[in-house]
Design a protein around this ligand. Structure first.
Ligand code: AMP
Ligand code: FE
Ligand code: FE
Ligand code: ZN
Length: 276
């Protein structure tokens, strides 16, 4: 099957600004043959997007981006082609939703101690039924004039070492890898360049990681080559995607990277070999 894919996309079921229907439509318009919607700790976009994908003839595969941490560093693990009814996975996602709501309250409390008054309920309302995260806090800070861009919010108020910072998921990457593999899925380390730590990637590979996101708007050509070589050396599959969060002003748009369909075929072959 010829064509291109995007295996890293966000909707308003996490911190993206577009609906699942719009994400599917935009992916179709840029000519992709297959996509995965990978919301943070959330898979609710899938059933909403599926009818649109079917109508347009676009292949939609189960996807997610799960939060973890290692050595006090945030680690994002993408998951693909898992059983969306797997009970341990769904229980984990429910726990993460509750933890994230609690975290918003803690962040607003910490911000109030430095004179920044935003209401937790406004942040939660903005996230609606989707996964709430720091980008929602950033948007409320922007709305109230405390910052002019989301990046500024992460630099001044809610990034590590900032007054409103509360760490994200304390879950070990190995646990996330196990959950995804237990659900028959494929765990892939997201945007390796943000981790800046190849030794950690080697550790995750020993813990059962299956793939590395090689193609990403944050990866310049030299990094793409570097991570292709690292994936080959560690026996990891390669994936790629735009990591689009909608609203083109912040981050890359859909179509920013166009990895080949063959990468998805390799994921499927790996999965088929597991069950052989
Ligand atoms: P959380 O999972 O709540 O800690 O939020 C992490 C999300 O915030 C990431 O997935 C990105 O979408 C977003 N993010 C992280 N750093 C920045 C930044 N400097 N500027 C804008 N968005 C960011
Ligand atoms: Fe995000
Ligand atoms: Fe991420
Ligand atoms: Zn992402």
């Amino acid at each position: 099957m010829p064509g291109t894919i995007d295996l890293h996309l966000h909707t308003f079921f996490s911190d993206g600004t577009d609906s699942p229907e719009r994400v599917v439509t935009l992916a179709h318009e840029v000519g992709h043959a297959a996509i995965a919607i990978t919301d943070h700790d959330n898979i609710d976009a899938l059933p909403v997007a599926q009818p649109v994908a079917d109508r347009l003839g676009l292949e939609l595969i189960p996807g997610i981006e799960m939060s973890a941490s290692a050595d006090n560093t945030e680690v994002h693990i993408l998951g693909f082609l898992f059983d969306v009814t797997n009970a341990p996975l769904l229980a984990h996602l429910k726990e993460q939703q509750a933890r994230r709501v609690q975290r918003v309250h803690e962040m607003c409390e910490k911000l109030s101690q430095v004179g920044i008054r935003i209401r937790a309920q406004d942040v939660l309302d903005l996230a609606g039924q989707g996964t709430v995260g720091r980008p929602h806090v950033a948007r409320i800070l922007q709305k109230h004039g405390y910052v002019t861009t989301l990046a500024e919010a992460f630099q001044k108020f809610i990034g590590p070492d900032n007054p409103g910072f509360v760490p994200g998921s304390p879950i070990a990457p190995g646990k996330i890898i196990g959950l995804l593999r237990g659900a028959g899925g494929i765990p892939v380390l997201a945007h390796a360049v943000y981790l800046k730590n190849d030794a950690l990637i080697e550790r995750f590979a020993r813990e059962g990681l299956v793939g590395l996101e090689v193609f990403h708007p944050g990866h310049m050509p030299d990094k793409v080559r570097h991570y292709e070589q690292l994936a080959d050396r560690l026996g990891l599959l390669k994936t790629g995607g735009s990591d689009s969060h909608g609203n083109a002003k912040e981050g890359a748009p859909i179509g920013a990277v166009k990895p080949p369909y063959a990468l998805l075929e390799a994921l499927r072959s790996w999965q088929a070999a597991q069950h052989a």
